[in-house]
Design a binder for this molecule. Structure first.
Ligand code: A3P
Length: 321
C-alpha cells in the first residue's frame, strides 16, 4: 500500500491505518473517511481545506462528484461570471486553458501537497471547485448567513458509472492489476467510488438546495443538455448576475453556451494535446458527452439492480433521474 503514500505527512500515514479501506479504481485503495471514500492524498488535502479555508463574500464553489459534468460546469460558471471577457473573442481564456486550470479544485490544487494558499484580496468573486460532499465542507461555506454560493451538477447514475468506467480504464496504472467491468459495477453499487456513495453525495447537496435555495443551486446534466439556455439563466440569476434584456437580445446566452459546448471545447488544441491538473491529459475529460449511452453497456440485470438501488436510496427525497 506504499505506492501513493510517499508525499504524505507522518500524521496522515498514521491516520490512514485507522480507516476502513477497499480496493480503489485508480489507486490501490480508497479509504472511508468522514463517511465517504477517498484516496490517501485527497484525505490529507481535505483535512487542510477543512481546517484552513475561510469563505469570503461572493465566493463561488462548483461542486460535483467526478464524471458528472464538472468540466462543463466550470466552463459555464467561469464564462458567466467573467462575461466581460467574451469581448476578447479569440483571446478568451477558455480557448487556451482547460476549465480545470481556470477554476481550481480546493483539494487537488489549492490545498494539495501541504499547500495553504494565500487569501486573495480580489474584489471579484473567487471561483473554486470541490468534489467533497456538502456535509464535509468547512462551516464557513455551509453557513446560511455566509455569502458563499455553491453550484452543484448531478448526472444520471447510469451514465455516470459508464463515464467513470471509461475514465478509470484509461488512467488505472497497470501495476494495480485488472478491474473488470463486473467488479467495477459491484463496487459502484456498494457506494465505493471517489467521494461516494454517489446517492449520499447527491442527496447532501439536493437537500440543502431545497432548504437553502440561495446557498445551493442543484443542476442536472441531462436537463442542461436538453435546454442549456434555461439553465444558463438560472445559473446567472443564482450567482447574482442575471442576463439583462439587452444581453439576451444580443445573443450572449447562446455565445456562452457555444463557447462551453462539448463540441467546441473538445476540438481545442489545449484540450486535445494539453495537460492540466494532476498532470493528466486533458483529452481524457472529453469522451462522448451523450445522454443514455449506458444503454449500450448495461445488461438487463444491471439495469434492474441499479434502478432498484437508486429508487431505495432516493425514496422520499423528491430527487429522481
Ligand atoms: P462521458 O464520459 O459520458 O462522455 P467531468 O467533467 O465531471 O469529469 O465529467 C466528464 C463527462 O462530461 C464526460 O462524459 C465528458 O465527455 C463530459 N463533458 C466534458 N465536457 C463537456 C461539455 N463541455 N459539455 C457536456 N459534457 C461534457
Amino acid at each position: 500500500d506504499e505506492d501513493d503514500h510517499q508525499e504524505l505527512s507522518q500524521d496522515t500515514k498514521e491516520f490512514l491505518t485507522t480507516l476502513p479501506k477497499n480496493k480503489g479504481w485508480r489507486t490501490r485503495h480508497l479509504y472511508l473517511f468522514q463517511g465517504f471514500w477517498c484516496q490517501a492524498k485527497e484525505i490529507q488535502a481535505i483535512l487542510s481545506f477543512q481546517q484552513h479555508f475561510r469563505a469570503q463574500a461572493n465566493d463561488i464553489i462548483v461542486a460535483s462528484i467526478p464524471k458528472t459534468g464538472t468540466t462543463w460546469l466550470k466552463a459555464l460558471t467561469f464564462s458567466v461570471v467573467n462575461r466581460n471577457l467574451l469581448s476578447l473573442g479569440e483571446k478568451h481564456p477558455l480557448l487556451t486553458s482547460n476549465p480545470h486550470d481556470l477554476v481550481p479544485f480546493l483539494e487537488y490544487n489549492l490545498y494539495a501537497n501541504n499547500n495553504i494558499p494565500a487569501v486573495s484580496d480580489s474584489t471579484s468573486p473567487r471561483l473554486m471547485a470541490t468534489h467533497v460532499p456538502f456535509q464535509a465542507l468547512p462551516d464557513s461555506i455551509r453557513m446560511e448567513s455566509g455569502n458563499a454560493r455553491v453550484v452543484y451538477i448531478s448526472r444520471n447514475p447510469f451514465d455516470t458509472f459508464i463515464s467513470i468506467w471509461h475514465f478509470m480504464s484509461k488512467l488505472r496504472p497497470e501495476e494495480l492489476g485488472p478491474f473488470s467491468f463486473k467488479e467495477a459495477f459491484d463496487t459502484y453499487c456498494k457506494g465505493v467510488i471517489g467521494y461516494g456513495p454517489y446517492w449520499e453525495h447527491m442527496l447532501g447537496y439536493w437537500k440543502e438546495s431545497l432548504e437553502n435555495p440561495d446557498k445551493v443551486l442543484f443542476l442536472k446534466y441531462e436537463e442542461m443538455k436538453e435546454n442549456i439556455t434555461v439553465h444558463l439563466k438560472r445559473l446567472a440569476e443564482f450567482l447574482g448576475c442575471p442576463f439583462s434584456a439587452e444581453e439576451e437580445k444580443a445573443g450572449v446566452i447562446e455565445e456562452v453556451a457555444k463557447l462551453c459546448s462539448f463540441e467546441n471545447l473538445k476540438e481545442l488544441d489545449v484540450n486535445k494535446n494539453g495537460k492540466s491538473i494532476a498532470n493528466f491529459e486533458n483529452k481524457h475529460l472529453f469522451r462522448t458527452a451523450k445522454v443514455g449511452g449506458w444503454r449500450n453497456h448495461f445488461t438487463p440485470s444491471m439495469v434492474e439492480q441499479l434502478s432498484t438501488l437508486m429508487e431505495q436510496k432516493l425514496a422520499g427525497s423528491g430527487l429522481s433521474f
